[in-house]
Each structure stands twice: as structure tokens, then as C-alpha cells.
Design a protein. Structure first.
Length: 288
């Protein structure tokens, strides 16, 4: 029997429906939730992601402002724009799309954003709250979306062996904290590019969360029957048999035959990330 799909697209639309109501209530009280996105350079995938964020804002009634800057923009110029957005009471959420060009220090950029407008949840103030198990800060969107997907499918993580592949600031690291926190109670193994025997670790895992950005890295043979698989990756590759482009995740899609639950690619984690970004924006507007 194949895996049950963890359908992020339909869950994200339910979340958006709730947000639409919250947004219209806020508007009645004179608050218009507003997300500002800064995109530096011409990375094609980033432009697509930002367009998806804009479209989701439109669907839910959130105002969105997009600032597109050329690749050669100086770090100081970006910091100045952030300072202006921090001061602007009409803007509730600020996001600088990652990756930024190499000459721009993402950590410096993140620290400059007012933590109450940090809808990515990457500011040390918000991450510090997360480390302390305080979920009242703004929570990183992809990890929050994954937790919602697992929770919605009533997948109990207490005492389960969960392997996270990838230790990024955006996904792997904050997600590992959320999985290990009290109340979730998973036993978390963080693996990364220097880890040995990832394959063996996967074979004894109840849940595998692949977030390393390498197409089809996790093989069907690496997983035991009934493993839960969350695939954060999305890469465009050429299918050698058809010579056509296709989207694949970090896990071979045939793993579906052994898994108990699995996120599809696309339509799994991606839409949940956006739904959590909108949620953070509405929460930020609400607490102003
Ligand atoms: N690039 C890929 N994912 C993200 C995200 O969640 N936030 C930002 N700012 N950039 C990203």
C-alpha cells in the first residue's frame, strides 16, 4: 500500500480561509495587514517564490509591497531600506528573500529587521524565544508549516526517532528545536553534509525530514516500512528518458511505496511555508 499524502496545498487553503476572516476583521478596526518583501538580484527561483508570496497575499487581502533591487546593491542600501520599513507603522512584516548576493551578509540584514516585524522568524530575538520553548515569538515559516502538516495528520511524535537532514538557519536547525521541545517530545537526530552513515540513520528512523536541497538524495532503499517522510526539497531536473524538465524533491518519489505518510513535491511543504508567512504577518499586524 502507498503512503497517505500530506497535502499541504489543501491545508494551506484552509489556513488562508481563516486568515481572510481575520484580515477583514482587522480592516474593520482600521488595521491593514501589510507585508514588504525585498528581493535582491535575479535568481529565477527566488523571483518565482516571491511572486507566489504576492499572490497568496492577494488571495487573503494582505497588502504586499515588493522591492526589487539590482544584484550590485550595497549592503548599506539594503539596511537603509529596512530602517525605513521598521519606522513605517503601515508595514507589519518585512522579509528579505534568501539567498542574497554574496556581498550582502544575511545575518546582518536579519538582525536589522525589527523583531516584531520579522515574519521569517530569523531574528536572534525570535530564535532565542524558540530555544527557550517560548512559542509566542514569530516562528520560522517552513518549520512551522511542517509541524502543522504533521499535527493535522495526527502523527504522534512523542518518543519517535526523527531524523532531520540539513542544518540550515531557515529549516533544519529551527525545525530540530521545535521537534525536540516539550510537548512534541521527538528524539531528534540532525544530520548534514559531514555526517557519516546517513543511510543507516535513515533506516532506523520513524520520521525523515529531508531539507538539504539535493535532488533525490534519500533513496527508497534507505527507509523502513511505515516511515513518515517530509520532503522540503524542490529541484528542477531533466528526466533523461523523456528529455523534459520535472520537479523533484530531496527524496526519491518511489519512497511513497514504503512510507506511511509522505509530502508530495510540489504541493506539500511549499504552500505551507507561504501559509505560515501570511499567518505571521497577520499576527504581527494584530499585535501592533
Ligand atoms: N528562501 C527560501 N526560503 C525562504 C524563506 O522562508 N524566507 C526567506 N526570507 N528566504 C527564503
Amino acid at each position: 500500500m502507498g503512503a497517505v499524502l500530506l497535502d499541504g496545498k489543501s491545508l494551506s487553503r484552509e489556513i488562508e480561509d481563516d486568515l481572510k476572516l481575520r484580515v477583514s476583521k482587522l480592516k474593520k478596526n482600521g488595521i491593514e495587514p501589510h507585508l514588504a518583501v525585498i528581493l535582491i538580484g535575479d535568481d529565477i527561483a527566488s523571483h518565482v517564490y516571491v511572486r507566489n508570496k504576492e499572490n497568496a497575499c492577494k488571495r487573503t487581502g494582505i497588502i504586499s509591497t515588493k522591492v526589487i533591487l539590482p544584484m550590485a546593491t550595497l549592503e548599506e542600501e539594503v539596511l537603509q531600506i529596512i530602517d525605513e520599513m521598521n519606522k513605517n507603522n503601515d508595514i507589519h512584516g518585512i522579509l528579505v528573500q534568501s539567498p542574497t548576493p554574496r556581498h550582502i551578509d544575511e545575518l546582518k540584514i536579519t538582525e536589522r529587521i525589527d523583531p516584531t516585524k520579522d515574519v521569517d522568524g530569523f531574528h536572534p530575538w525570535n530564535l532565542g524565544k524558540l530555544v527557550q520553548g517560548d512559542m509566542r515569538g514569530l516562528i520560522p515559516c517552513t518549520p512551522a508549516g511542517i509541524m502543522k502538516l504533521l499535527n493535522n495528520a495526527k502523527i504522534n511524535l512523542v518518543g519517535k526517532k526523527v531524523t532531520v537532514i540539513g542544518r540550515s538557519r531557515i529549516v533544519g536547525m529551527p525545525l530540530s528545536l521545535m521537534l525536540a521541545q516539550k510537548g512534541v517530545d521527538a528524539t531528534v537526530t540532525i544530520t548534514h553534509s559531514r555526517s557519516k552513515d546517513i543511510e543507516k540513520i535513515c533506516m532506523t528512523s520513524d520520521v525523515i525530514i529531508a531539507a538539504l536541497g539535493r535532488p533525490e538524495f534519500v533513496k527508497k532503499e534507505w527507509i523502513k516500512h511505515s516511515t513518515v517522510i517530509v520532503d522540503v526539497g524542490i529541484s528542477r531536473i531533466i528526466d533523461s528518458s523523456t528529455n523534459k524538465y520535472e520537479l523533484v524533491g530531496d527524496v526519491e518519489s518511489s519512497a511513497m511505496e514504503k512510507a506511511s505518510y509522505m509530502t508530495p513535491v510540489p504541493g506539500g511543504v511549499g504552500p505551507m511555508t507561504i501559509a505560515m508567512l501570511l499567518t505571521n504577518t497577520v499576527n504581527a499586524a494584530n499585535s501592533n
